[in-house]
Design a protein around this ligand. Structure first.
Ligand SMILES: [Zn+2]
Length: 331
């Protein structure tokens, strides 16, 4: 079954934007495996490739879905960012920092973020000589890479034009997911949710990141997936972010057994990824679409989140498919 859920806004060629949902398997499942892509728009190139490869496996008879199980593919949760080749949405909101609970204020920023805000988020047109890498290296020497990375990527709610901005209210995509997610799983009692991402970790490496809210069940993740890939965010394996989709769904599962992991495939070194995010954000806000200063950072961002290397693509899609297969398999 295939359904489309339109969102307002347009792509660069005037095209309409929507989240597409495909379901395969049991009509009334006891168990649903959800595979979502493109929550961080530009990462949708990779996520979408994985979803298509998985569907091709089903059509070719290589992939079996156990009885009582449905597999639900959520395609392009941030279709604006996907279409415009950026991580954030039409209001510069990082949707994976946007899922705060009612009553939790959309305000605040890590203190260290404030200190590097002007370095990260210049409010001028791109220039060739702003020595970002040298200045970032200086900031790393002063504050240490882990502290800086955590402060920058944790999420901030005070600088609307800046990177990792979590918004000032739930965005349209967020509200759609919050309202429809359990209907998309056809109210299965057990849900395993894999959210596909790129840009963190070693080149073509695959990590299954478990949020602190799901840490008590770490043993389940280690038994179900390749334990060498399972990384607990709570144990300091990665930075803990505010407003993460899977953490919100975990808190609102209402008695269902809901397990969530970000499947992260690495691309380039974190400073290169950060440099590309910074350049694209600057170009998107201050350059003219179609111009060189606009297009170059967009192309570099796509390369940073979906490298053109055939080896990277083959290895990464293969590893993500292994994780999905392990999630779907009957135990
Ligand atoms: Zn991501």
């Amino acid at each position: 079954m295939l359904e489309g859920f339109p969102l307002s806004g347009r792509g660069p060629d005037g095209e309409s934007l929507a989240v597409d949902v495909a379901s395969v398997g049991a009509a009334r499942p006891a168990r649903a495996v959800v595979v979502s892509s493109g929550l961080h728009g530009v990462e949708g190139f990779f996520g979408s490739a994985v979803q298509l490869a998985w569907l091709q496996g089903v059509r070719a008879g290589r992939t079996a879905i156990p009885p009582g199980t449905a597999v639900v593919l959520l395609h392009a949760l941030n279709p604006y960012g996907f279409a415009w080749r950026r991580r954030a949405n039409e209001r510069n909101v990082d949707l994976n920092r946007n899922f705060l609970d009612a009553g939790e204020p959309y305000a605040g920023a890590p203190p260290l973020y404030g200190r590097v805000h002007t370095l990260l988020n210049p409010d001028t047109q791109p220039s060739r000589t702003d020595f970002f890498l040298a200045r970032a290296t200086w900031a790393i020497c002063r504050h240490g890479l882990p502290a800086l990375r955590a402060a920058v990527a944790e999420g901030q709610y005070d600088h609307p034009g800046g990177l990792f901005f979590g918004g000032h209210a739930p965005e349209a995509s967020t509200r759609m997911i919050q309202e429809r997610f359990w209907a998309w799983t056809r109210d299965a009692g057990e849900v395993v949710h894999l959210d596909l991402h790129t840009g963190l970790g070693p080149h073509a490496g695959c990590q299954v990141l478990v949020e602190p809210v799901h840490a008590p069940e770490l043993g389940w993740y280690r038994a179900r997936f390749d334990p060498a890939r399972v990384v607990s965010v709570a144990e300091g394996g990665a930075y803990a972010a505010r407003g993460v989709m899977g953490a919100w769904l975990g808190r609102h599962a209402d008695g269902r057994r809901y397990r969530f992991a970000c499947v992260e495939i690495g691309t380039y070194a974190s400073l290169c990824v950060l440099r590309a995010l910074r350049a694209e954000n600057r170009a998107h806000q201050f350059s003219t679409p179609g111009s060189g200063p606009y297009e170059r950072p967009k192309r570099e961002l796509v390369e940073c989140f979906c490298p053109a290397s055939r080896r990277w693509r083959r290895a990464s899609v293969g590893r993500a498919l292994e994780v999905i297969e392990q999630a779907v398999a009957e135990r």
